[in-house]
Design a protein around this ligand. Structure first.
Ligand code: PMP
Length: 428
């Protein structure tokens, strides 16, 4: 059988790029497949090099909340690209972006732009350590915060495991101050504080777990983290790389009514351009160089074309709160319907969702943390995902990722997706 253009490209790519991809999850190896090479996208659709059409539920892993090619974003990019791509100098558009973010997220008095979520988190952790003059941080098993050394720790059996690096090349010393706790377990967090107390600079958390599949916080969990941080003088960092500007204009912190000291953003803040940011209370952010003694820098940070894209998207979202109301309602019905389809199939799988994020876990167990997420049958998920992809529905190729719905998905596209899922369960 003739190979497809995507297969041919992948064969070539692996010669020149490790694994043929520039980020591991794109390899589709987890579902025993090879990547479809995408050549263009518009609204909620994408097309690969073989001209197959897909309804896209990845949305560049979150940023395309308005869909691909939103005219306002596109016009802003084209306009700014004409003025020169980068100056490495201060620009008015950076001030516009900072003011916009501060106006949308009340916990943020000052914000620093960076180039990725990884950088945002790495920098926020450094600031928290500098501000508190403490070294230890608590992260949760199953939460992903980018690939910086100190945060590449997720395993370890629960409470208080001294960090064991998840990757070769990360010296044990880099993770020695990373303490892990269980998501949704305040008890495990208290255990960490009982042991390390006032050595803990910060807790970093995804306010909605989105990297072990979608795992919403239990009622009181985030407030419990706030309280424990206040008690011990530690900072609370919300990693809103996924939830920021997605759940609502002021992100998960607005949704749950819990105020962090520092917040990290990524992707969505640049509308698909390589952007991240971190921000928080003035007295904390004034620790950052050149005002303060916490060093953090970036040649391309605040890039004008990226700022233009991000400002266009964020301004639209700020001025049209009805986008969130409609999107979240649409997503609610979509995921409830998906749960119904799964229930009718008799498999007992669990669909977790909140706002426009959701995941189907191939397990009969309620999923509320990393351990319960890991009860999923990843082979069953791979089979489902392959079927969906072969029928034009582009889903994350791993069980432990979220599905992103955008404001550009039409009712017809969502209905088609559900119909495809129904057919899968009927026939498999
Ligand atoms: N934090 C969270 C919550 C994320 O989901 C991710 C990536 N998906 C990151 C940080 C890292 O962001 P980036 O890939 O832009 O470095």
């Amino acid at each position: 059988m003739a190979i497809t253009k995507s297969e041919a490209l992948f064969k070539e790519a692996v010669q020149y790029i490790p694994g043929g991809v520039n980020s591991p999850v794109r390899a589709f190896g987890s579902i025993g497949s090879t990547p479809r090479f995408i050549k263009k996208a518009d609204k909620a659709l994408m097309w690969d090099e073989d001209d197959n059409e897909y309804i896209d539920f990845i949305g560049s892993w979150g940023p395309m909340i308005l869909g691909h090619n939103h005219p306002l974003v596109l016009d802003a990019v084209l306009e700014y690209a004409k003025r020169g791509l980068s100056y490495g100098a201060a620009t008015s558009i950076e001030v516009d972006m900072a003011k916009l973010v501060c106006s949308m997220v009340p916990s943020i008095d000052m914000v620093r732009m960076v180039n990725s979520g990884t950088e945002a988190v790495m920098s926020a952790v450094r600031v928290a350590r500098g501000f508190t003059r403490r070294d230890k941080i608590i992260k949760f098993n199953g939460c992903y915060h980018g690939h910086s050394d100190a945060l590449l720790v997720k395993a370890g059996s629960g409470v208080m495991t001294a960090g064991v690096p998840d990757s070769l090349g990360v010296p044990a010393g880099c993770t020695a101050d990373t303490v892990t706790a269980d998501y949704n377990s305040l008890e495990s967090v208290q255990d960490c504080f009982d042991r390390y107390g006032e050595q803990i600079a910060a807790i970093i958390v995804e306010p909605v777990g989105a990297n072990m599949g979608t795992v919403p916080p239990k009622p009181g969990f985030l407030q419990g983290l706030r309280d424990i941080c206040d008690k011990y003088g530690s900072l609370l960092i919300f990693d809103e790389v996924i939830t920021g500007f997605r759940m609502q204009a002021d992100g998960a912190q607005g949704h749950f009514g819990v105020t962090p000291d520092l917040t990290t953003f990524g992707k969505i803040i640049g509308a698909g351009m390589p952007v991240g940011a971190y921000g928080g209370r003035r007295e904390i952010m004034e620790m950052v160089s050149p005002v303060g003694a916490v060093y953090q820098a970036g040649t391309l940070s605040g890039n004008p074309v990226a700022m233009a894209a991000g400002i266009a998207q964020l301004t639209y979202l700020k001025e049209h709160p009805e986008v969130y109301t409609k999107l979240n309602k649409t997503a609610d019905s979509f995921f409830s319907e998906l749960q119904k389809i799964v229930d009718e199939s008799g498999r007992g799988y669990q669909v977790n969702h909140i706002c426009s994020l959701g995941s189907m876990f191939c397990t009969t167990q309620e999923v509320y943390d990393y351990e319960t997420a890991k009860t999923s049958d990843t082979k069953a998920y791979a089979d489902y995902c392959n079927y969906m992809q072969n029928h034009g529905i582009y889903l994350a190729p791993a069980q432990f990722e979220a599905m992103f719905i955008s404001a550009a998905h039409t009712q017809e596209q969502l209905a088609q997706t559900l119909e495809t899922a129904r057919n899968y369960f009927k026939n498999n």
